[in-house]
Each structure stands twice: as C-alpha cells, then as structure tokens.
Design a protein around this ligand. Structure first.
Ligand SMILES: NC(=O)c1ccc[n+]([C@@H]2O[C@H](COP(=O)([O-])OP(=O)(O)OC[C@H]3O[C@@H](n4cnc5c(N)ncnc54)[C@H](OP(=O)(O)O)[C@@H]3O)[C@@H](O)[C@H]2O)c1
Length: 312
C-alpha cells in the first residue's frame, strides 16, 4: 500500500501559522479580510465558498461574500471588483469560476489589483511567475531574505496560484525531492497545469506537460517519477499507466450524481505500484484553501507595512 499524502494534516499546520500571523496583526489593530465573488448557483462554487468561510473563521480572517445572480453584467462585476480593490478591509479578492459563458473570466480576474490577487491568476501575477520574479516564494528561506532586502519590489506584491503552490508544499511536506526527477503534469490549464509545470521547473524537475491532444498518454505517464493529474476525468489514470514507486498527486475533482467526490486516479489499480499518493477528497483540496489564507495574510502584512509610520 502506498503512503497517503494527508492534505488535511498539512493544511492544519499552514492554518495554525496563518492564525498566529492574523493574531499578531489584530494585536496591532489590523484586521484581515478576504472577499469572495460568486456568480449564479453553481453547487461546487457554493461548497467551495462554504469551505473557505469555515477556514477563514478558524484562522480569524473575515470573509466577505459578494453573490450575484446569473444575470449579472460584466459592468456590475467590474464595479464591485474595483470597489473591493480600494476597500481597506479587503486584503485578498477571489472570483470563483466558472462565470456565466457570456462573461469573459479574464476581464473579471484581470481587474483585481495584483496586490490583492491572492489566487495569482491575473495577467500580472501570471507574467511575474513566468518571468521567475515571484517564484522566490517557493523557497521559504529566500522569501524571508527577499522581504528583508527588497520590500518595495513590485514582485513582492504578486502571489503564486494556490493549487499548484499547494501541490509543491504537499510534496515537500512528504520529503519528496523534486530536483532531477521526471514530473509529468496532465493539464495545461492556466489555473493548474501551466503554473504547476513552471513551479516544478523552478524546482529543477524535468517536466513533461500532457493534454487532450497528447498521443500515447500511457507511454509518457509510465516514465513519470512524479505524476500530477488535474483533468476532472474520473479513472483517467490506471495502474497499467504508471511505473513502480511512482508518486501520484491527484488534483482532479469530479462531483458524482450521488454527491461523492472523486479524482482522476483509479486508486485501487494504482495502490500496489505507487509509493505515495494523494486521496480525493482530503489531498490537494484542503491545502489549496490553506494557501489562499496564507496568501491573504501575506497581503495583509504587506499592506500593514505600507500603512506603518515608516511610510508616512
Ligand atoms: N484540488 C483543488 O484544489 C483543485 C483546484 C482547481 C481545480 N481542481 C480540479 O482540477 C480539474 C481541472 O481544473 P481546471 O480548472 O484546470 O480545468 P480545465 O481548465 O478544464 O483544464 C483541464 C485540463 O485537463 C486536460 N484534460 C482533460 N481531459 C483530458 C484527457 N482525457 N487526457 C489528457 N488531458 C486531459 C485538458 O486538456 P486541454 O487543454 O487539451 O483541453 C486541460 O488542460 C478539475 O477537476 C477541477 O475541479 C482542483
């Protein structure tokens, strides 16, 4: 049986640190706030929002819910995001996807100011990640040094996307060395596959990215030392597609008609081959939320610094 990578355990550790940081800020008179923008009645988004709300409460962050009917216009959404950008109570803004088809999600996400783009999906944040200006956050010691040495560099105000950042943290938590390993990522999405492959490259893994048009997927997945999959296709990864000892990170989430949540990996058929594997649920999901809270409190610390007497 493989060792199970328990995302809840890591998430609790991250949240305990976030809670300490929130308390320190509170003692100095600063509250920490996260705004979540929800459109329509998407059940998965509602469930995600409730999970965020519970976690915010546990660490002392105030969550502000901005819910709109499916009929909302892009203009109404942009107006709300602009007002949240200048709202001093808000340190992070998250627009839950999907938005109704007639609304271009990039317009909504790009209207979040980079300083509050705690999910790291706006064009500025994506660009800074690609240019390796914000990847120092993947190295915690370097992050501290960067804070000390160049407080005013704009890249310090950019965040890296929560889900792939959470994957890296989970692998590190379980002592997985990334340098020199062959990491195969199944997804080229903006939210998961692309930033995850960039982060794995920064960590000096050799990275192969696969997608729907990839030919002979099993030939590639069989070469993976570390296999990360984020397609939402139940049972895509089976035991005969992986090699012995593989480390599998299942990021996919699919809600079945009976309410059960499953990932991309057929756990029963990989369990005799994998050395480490994430469960679904309870793997990457809880860590994603913890990273969102960590990014929000980082944003609050930075804005507190900007409001300090030093800056007046
Ligand atoms: N655990 C978490 O915290 C978390 C966070 C975010 C997302 N997710 C889950 O991750 C999944 C992906 O989310 P997303 O927003 O990135 O979705 P997305 O934008 O639809 O991307 C899915 C990616 O998977 C690829 N893909 C789909 N079917 C495939 C197949 N049969 N073979 C190979 N590649 C395939 C797609 O390829 P093409 O580009 O060629 O279409 C695409 O690159 C969803 O299940 C979502 O719920 C989980």
């Amino acid at each position: 049986m493989p060792e199970i990578m328990d995302g809840k355990k890591l998430a609790e550790e991250i949240k305990a640190e976030v809670r300490k940081d929130v308390m320190l800020l509170n003692e100095r008179g600063f509250a920490v706030g996260l705004a979540v923008v929800l459109v329509g009645d998407n059940l998965a988004s509602e469930q995600y929002f409730l999970a965020i709300l519970r976690s915010c409460k546990a660490v002392g962050i105030t969550a502000y819910k901005h819910k709109f009917p499916d009929s909302v216009t892009i203009n109404e959404l942009l107006n709300v995001i602009h007002s949240l950008n200048s709202d001093e109570r808000i340190n992070g803004i998250l627009v839950l996807l999907p938005l109704p088809k007639r609304i271009n999600p990039r317009r909504a996400i790009n209207s979040i100011t980079p300083e509050k783009d705690v999910d790291g999906l706006g064009a500025i944040s994506v660009g800074r990640l690609a240019a390796e200006e914000s990847t120092f956050q993947l190295f915690r010691e370097e992050y501290r040094e960067a804070i000390e040495e160049c407080k005013f560099m704009p890249s310090l105000s950019s965040f890296i996307p929560c889900t792939p950042f959470g994957v890296i943290r989970l692998l590190e938590f379980y002592g997985v060395e990334l340098k020199g390993k062959h990491a195969v990522v199944i997804s080229k999405s903006l939210a998961v596959g692309k930033p995850l492959s960039t982060m794995l490259l920064v960590k000096e893994a050799t990275v192969t990215v696969c997608h729907r048009e990839t030919k002979n997927l099993p030939v590639i997945t069989k070469q993976a030392d570390i296999l990360c999959t984020a397609t939402g296709q139940q049972g895509l990864i089976k035991g005969d597609m992986v090699k012995d000892g593989v480390i599998i990170v299942d990021i996919g989430i699919k809600v079945l008609p009976d309410g059960r949540i499953v990932g991309d990996v057929d756990f029963d058929s990989v369990k005799d081959k994998a050395s480490l594997v994430t469960p679904v649920p309870g793997g990457v999901g809880p860590v994603t939320i913890a990273m969102l809270l960590e990014n929000t409190v980082k944003s609050a610390r930075r804005s507190k610094f900007l409001k300090s007497p030093l800056m007046m």
